[in-house]
Design a protein around this ligand. Structure first.
Ligand SMILES: [Zn+2]
Ligand SMILES: [Zn+2]
Length: 165
């Protein structure tokens, strides 16, 4: 998959969304949480991922080109909420009540767990899995071993078993 060149206007719109939502959250929470690093190198079928320790949001450039408004309206707030929940509450369930509260009460965005995008252009050499600390991409071979019950994979950081998203 060739990574598309992202138009500067789109990157600026995404950054504006991030800064607006962060400012809104800091105001409501009475904090000064810093701006996360934004990188455009998420691969596979995930729209984006939040990397807690790195305090970084990775967005999928292929899906972002094809779903520009949805990225601004949903994906950026979704991943930002993961980082803010981690800052505010520590390690909790990825889409638990703290995350829903952060989305709906603080950021003012409907709390949907997943995004409905056409995925033809990014299908499919990995499958998204999750532990309690981050998202993982498993190869087709590993994914099939999990599905057949032949293997369980664990996160090397938190030690938790990976579950399919
Ligand atoms: Zn999520
Ligand atoms: Zn982990």
């Amino acid at each position: 998959m060739k990574t598309p060149r992202l138009p500067l206007a789109l990157q600026l719109a995404v950054m504006r969304c991030l800064r607006d939502k962060l400012a809104q959250a800091n105001l409501k929470l009475g904090r000064t949480y810093p701006e996360p690093k934004m990188v455009y190198r998420q691969r596979g079928t995930s729209a984006g991922t939040a990397w807690l320790d790195a305090y970084e949001i990775r967005l999928n450039p292929v899906l972002m080109m094809e779903n520009q408004q949805a990225f601004i309206d949903e994906v950026v707030p979704h991943e930002l909420a993961h980082l803010l929940v981690w800052k505010h509450f520590g390690r909790v369930a990825p889409h638990g009540k703290e995350w829903k509260w952060m989305m709906e009460e603080v950021l003012g965005v409907p709390a949907r767990r997943t995004h409905q995008f056409q995925l033809e252009s990014v299908r499919r050499n990995t499958f998204p899995y999750r532990c309690t600390c981050q998202q993982h991409q498993l190869t087709v071979r590993r994914h099939n071993r999990v599905v057949r019950g032949e293997a369980t994979y664990r996160c090397v950081k938190c030690g938790e078993p990976l579950v399919a998203e």
